[in-house]
Design a protein. Structure first.
Length: 135
């Protein structure tokens, strides 16, 4: 991390790459697409945080909960009034999926800070077109 020049509060700034490394270091094991499918079959909740345009282009992920990134924390906070009914506890296995695997890592790290200790993201993103072996 580098100190931000002239930051009046003395905080340090970091690059987006450093932020991503920090986020991923806080996550439990990041499953491959095949492992995410297997985890879904045994009760893990897949959460698709891709935008509408990406879902239209690439298709839906069967069985995944669709939560816009800008509402994710409110919909996943187990103690919050806006919690989605499918999110049912701090120990639930949540696997976030985005298009390129960056946004989902940062989002999963934020859910970890809410106490969702088994929140992680899929290592591999959700590529466009037919996806054999992908959720």
């Amino acid at each position: 991390m580098t100190a931000e020049a002239g930051a009046p509060d003395g905080r340090t700034a970091c690059t987006v790459d450093e932020l991503l490394i920090q986020a991923r270091s806080s996550l439990p094991r990041r499953p491959s697409p095949a492992e995410a499918l297997a985890a879904q079959a045994t009760g893990a909740l897949l959460i698709d945080i891709r935008g509408d345009d990406q879902r239209r282009t690439c298709g839906l992920i069967p069985g995944a909960l669709l939560l816009p990134r800008n509402a994710l924390e409110w919909r996943c906070d187990p103690t919050g009034q806006w919690r989605h009914p499918a999110v049912n506890g701090l120990n639930q296995h949540l696997i976030l999926i985005c298009q390129e695997r960056f946004q989902s890592s940062l989002a999963a790290a934020t859910l970890q800070r809410l106490g969702l200790v088994n929140a992680t993201d899929m290592d591999g993103g959700s590529p466009p077109g037919p996806r054999p072996g992908y959720p």
